[in-house]
Design a protein around this ligand. Structure first.
Ligand SMILES: *Cc1c(COP(=O)(O)O)cnc(C)c1O
Length: 337
């Protein structure tokens, strides 16, 4: 296996991100619920895309790129964080965003502008159309002598997923210093996170198998894509980069023992759900933590609903990975019943 520290990586964030027990929430729900604060990773308003970009933009730099392209929804956290990280490398950043949802000058679109990104809206429902347009613009720029690097939606490819395998390595080292109230070593047996394009969950799957083998991974889908297939697919490619395989990581026929998807997309991707608002309020009012209505609010609400239904009865210490997204709170209202 190729150790992660042999991959080129640019450290944009401040690590390790905090890990702590949510005391009031744990009391209320009768479980030890911990939070891994990747929303506090130190770039812009934080978020999971930074860990992926550390590997993706290192690759871009190694290839001599001076221009980076990516895509997402109009309020994409990934696009905003790509603009922030590219700026730090002095790279020009083009964001080709779907002309869907909230395209007003709000939330992440304000930040994209502050970070100096070139934003273009593309009026399409298909990312294939966007990738075609990206390469058309890129080819023109290359004729002028620029070198372009293309990052897929969400940074969710094999190399991006290595960022989240690395996050679990960090988590496994971090819990060595944590003792529970009973004075015992903390043993994490479940990890829960939002799934939007799949790369984070894929990386968490690789990482838990490699560094936290006693933990089962749960992805909460906030979009309707078939993540039961997409996540193992990206993980398989990520494993290949790390010179291993899903079989070697016990994710062949035993995959269901280690990984499960739940869904909680509500009315659809990026449509805030009134049923999630009480959970968003609760975490803010009991623990001071902000969730967003597109990703973390849905994942958190979906997780607690499953917990109430008994799906987590056999787990003691559960880590919720906070993947960021707060800028959406400044672009849309939380709906109430
Ligand atoms: C992109 C994103 C996710 C989902 O991560 P994927 O790797 O796309 O599945 C979760 N939370 C937030 C805040 C995000 O921006």
């Amino acid at each position: 296996m190729k150790p992660i520290n042999e991959f080129s990586r640019i450290s944009f964030g401040v690590y390790p991100t905090p890990l702590y027990r949510l005391n009031q929430i744990s009391e209320k729900y009768g479980k030890n619920i911990w939070i891994k604060r990747d929303d506090l990773c130190g770039v812009a308003l934080g978020g999971n895309k930074v860990r992926k970009l550390e590997f993706l933009l290192a690759d871009a730099r190694n290839q001599g790129a001076d221009t980076v392209f990516t895509t997402g929804g109009a309020q994409s956290n990934h696009a905003m964080l790509t603009a922030a990280c590219a700026a730090r490398l002095g790279m020009k950043c083009y964001l080709l965003l779907k002309k869907r949802g909230i395209t007003d000058y709000k939330g992440n679109l304000i930040l994209d502008d502050i970070y100096g990104a070139e934003v273009r809206f593309i009026d399409t429902d298909s990312y294939d159309d966007i990738y075609r347009e990206m390469h058309r613009i890129g080819e023109d720029l290359e004729k002028e002598g620029h070198k372009c690097y293309y990052i897929p939606c969400g940074g969710s490819n094999a190399l991006g997923s290595v960022g989240y395998a690395n996050a679990v390595k960090e988590l496994s080292e971090q819990i060595r210093d944590v003792t529970t109230d009973e004075g015992e070593k903390l043993k994490i047996d479940a990890v829960v996170s939002a799934t939007g394009s799949g790369g984070t969950t894929a990386g968490l799957l690789l990482g838990t198998r490699m560094y936290l083998p006693e933990a089962k991974l749960f992805g909460i889908a906030v979009d309707t894509d078939p993540f039961e297939e997409i996540v193992p697919e990206i993980a398989c490619q990520g494993a290949a980069l790390m010179e291993t395989s899903l079989e070697e990581l016990d994710c062949g026929e035993h995959l269901p023992d280690h990984f499960e998807m739940f869904h909680h997309w509500g009315a659809g991707y990026a449509i805030p759900g009134a049923q999630d608002t009480p959970y968003i309020h609760e975490l803010a009012r009991m623990e001071g933590i902000l969730l967003d209505p597109v990703y973390t609010g849905k994942a958190w609400a979906g997780f607690l609903e499953k917990l109430k239904e008994g799906y987590f009865d056999s787990f003691e210490n559960i880590v919720f990975v906070h993947t960021g997204g707060a800028a959406a709170l400044f672009a849309m209202r939380l709906p109430e019943k």
